[in-house]
Structure formats: C-alpha cells, structure tokens
Design a protein. Structure first.
Length: 155
C-alpha cells in the first residue's frame, strides 16, 4: 500500500514533535526558581525550631542537591548540614498537593505544615486546604508519585 506524500510528511512531522516533546528534561529534584534558591530562600530549619517561616540570609548559604539553601544563622546552617534530609521539605519543596495529584508546581514557603516530623510545602492557601482535607491519603499518593512525577512534568 502506498501512502500519499502529504500523509507521509504529516506523519514525519508528528514523529518529530513527539520525539522533541519526550526529550524534554525532567523537572529538577529540588524546586528552585531561576535564582536556584530552595524554599525561595527561606530557612527550612526555622519551621522546626521557631514554628514559623523565616527568611534565610545570603551569608548563611550552602549547596545541596543542586540548589542553594539559605539560613537565618550559622547555627541553623550547621543544623541543616548535620542532617539535610531531616529539614529539607518533602517532594523537593514542590507543592505537596500537586505531587499527590501526579504533577509538579512550586511550593510556597508561607504555605507549610509539619506532619510526622516532615516539612511539606504547598503552592498556595487553596492547595494547602485541599491537601489538609485529604492529608494522610495525599501524603500516601505523593510518596507513591515521587520522584517519578519529575520525569513526567516540567517545573
């Protein structure tokens, strides 16, 4: 069977678009804006020690998993360096609700909650509300989706 030339050309064009789209790099493991600041520059230890969101300072910075992390003090930075996994937000700081729904969105450090000794961020107040309404199941779904959700979506 011979296919008409325009149909062959359309098929080749579609194959090219599909291969380019599937070649897109996965989202980075740590959610960071163009400035590469994890948690938008907030001190992730402060959620645990102060019970609130606190901006970090550039003079107390470190690199971890390809992002820059800022802290409010040298002591906070030392705590993080002693055990980064204990303080780093779950799902790389991406929105916990989004990851539970199998996509990624940036997390807002002002929309946070500690559950079971782990820090979770959400995109905005509404996402946090949805996540909290279904919190245990959302955490379970998020854990099941993480980190493979990164390869399916771009930040």
């Amino acid at each position: 069977m011979r296919l008409p030339l325009p149909l062959i050309a359309a098929g080749l064009a579609l194959a090219t678009v599909t291969s380019v789209a599937s070649a897109a790099p996965p989202a980075p493991e740590i959610s960071a804006e163009a400035d590469h600041l994890a948690a938008r520059g907030y001190d992730v230890t402060a959620y645990f020690t102060d019970g609130k969101a606190v901006r970090g300072r550039a003079e107390f910075s470190t690199e971890y998993k390809g992002a820059t992390w800022r802290f409010a003090s040298a002591d906070a930075k030392a705590k993080f360096l002693a055990d980064p996994a204990a303080f780093a937000p779950q799902f790389g700081g991406y929105c916990s609700w989004a990851v539970s729904q199998n996509y990624v969105a940036p997390g807002d450090p002002e929309q946070w909650k500690i559950v079971g000794g782990k820090l979770y961020l959400n995109f905005n107040a509404r996402a946090k509300e949805l996540w909290e309404a279904d919190q245990d199941a959302a955490i379970e779904r998020g854990n099941a989706n993480w980190p493979t959700v990164l390869s399916h979506h771009q930040n």
